[in-house]
Design a protein around this ligand. Structure first.
Ligand code: SF4
Ligand code: SF4
Ligand code: SF4
Length: 286
């Protein structure tokens, strides 16, 4: 059953299969503004011109998001395969995510429901996601060593407390790994994202690949740092560094190499979208 689901995803989900990336469309619905952690590379923003995660031209109410899917179905017909919720904040920290999934599952049972998450709440929510028809989850895991995590995450808000430094990173990483396990257990196909940050987490790549694969993740997507916020003065990895990291990680888990780091309101066939990287825009949070 699980193998069949994964094979289906690689053939029609543009974030799982190279051919699908050039053939099928996905729509991201920006209904989740809040986040429960602060990554040192993240600025969420409302604008029309930056092409990167964490950005949307506006937030959508649940009913408007459903209408947007109706429009996309009319436009892309059976090319539209995936409805994703990827921000601009953390989907699992926003109640609208679950309300929307319920409606989408009822109205569009054939579209693949997909979630991108930082994983903090995944152990608690994996089973609910499966009940709401979600088939694919991407968990961003940037470190296994909590001391490295402490350099990447400014704070983590969990069970009513703000945790900083190693304390926050430890809770986050434990929940990410537990969340992957739990998501796999309830039948979700799990992919891990890894933001490659030279001189910060380059030594973590293979650790994340191994740990994620051993817990049931089926694919890894290593993406380059976009230098923003506290990491604005760091450099992104070179193409060679990115290639090397992917080659190393591939020994443990298949790699997706085509990601364009889409906006939280992207819609269309990813391979044919232009991706100008402009680092301007109004700051939304944090
Ligand atoms: Fe799903 Fe993530 Fe791809 Fe969006 S970016 S469609 S949430 S895998
Ligand atoms: Fe930004 Fe995502 Fe990190 Fe939250 S988890 S701070 S939305 S990158
Ligand atoms: Fe696909 Fe990457 Fe865009 Fe997600 S962010 S839809 S993986 S290209």
């Amino acid at each position: 059953m699980f193998a069949k689901r994964f094979a289906h995803l690689t053939s029609v989900h543009p974030c799982y299969g190279d051919k699908a990336h050039f053939t099928y469309a996905r729509i991201h619905l920006p209904v989740a503004p809040r986040c429960n952690i602060q990554c040192n590379y993240c600025i969420r923003s409302i604008n029309k011109c930056e092409y990167r995660p964490g950005v949307a031209s506006r937030l959508l109410a649940v009913e408007d998001a459903v209408k947007r899917v109706e429009q996309a179905v009319k436009l892309y017909k059976n090319k539209l395969k995936v409805v994703g919720i990827a921000g601009p904040g953390e989907p699992l920290a926003n109640e609208a995510t679950f309300q929307l999934l319920k409606q989408i599952n009822e109205k569009f049972p054939n579209l693949i429901k997909c979630i991108a998450t930082n994983g903090l709440l995944l152990p608690d929510k994996a089973s609910l996601l499966a009940d709401l028809g979600v088939k694919a989850v991407t968990v961003t895991v940037n470190a296994i060593d909590e001391h490295v995590g402490a350099m990447i995450y400014e704070w983590v808000f969990h069970r009513g407390r703000i945790l900083r430094g190693v304390d926050g990173a430890k809770v986050l990483i434990e929940n990410q790994l537990k969340g992957i396990e739990e998501a796999y257990r309830v039948g979700l196909v799990v992919r891990v994202n890894f933001v490659l940050i030279p001189s910060i987490n380059d030594k973590e790549v293979t650790k994340v690949a191994k740990e994620a694969a051993s817990r049931g993740a089926v694919m890894m997507n290593i993406i380059p740092l976009i230098p923003l916020h506290k990491f604005k003065d760091l450099r992104p990895p070179t193409c060679e560094e990115l290639r090397k990291a992917r080659d190393e990680a591939e020994k443990y888990i298949p790699q997706f190499r085509l990601c364009k780091q889409c906006r939280a309101d992207a819609c269309g066939i990813p391979a044919f979208e232009k991706a100008p990287m402009l680092s301007i825009g109004k700051r939304l949070h944090g």
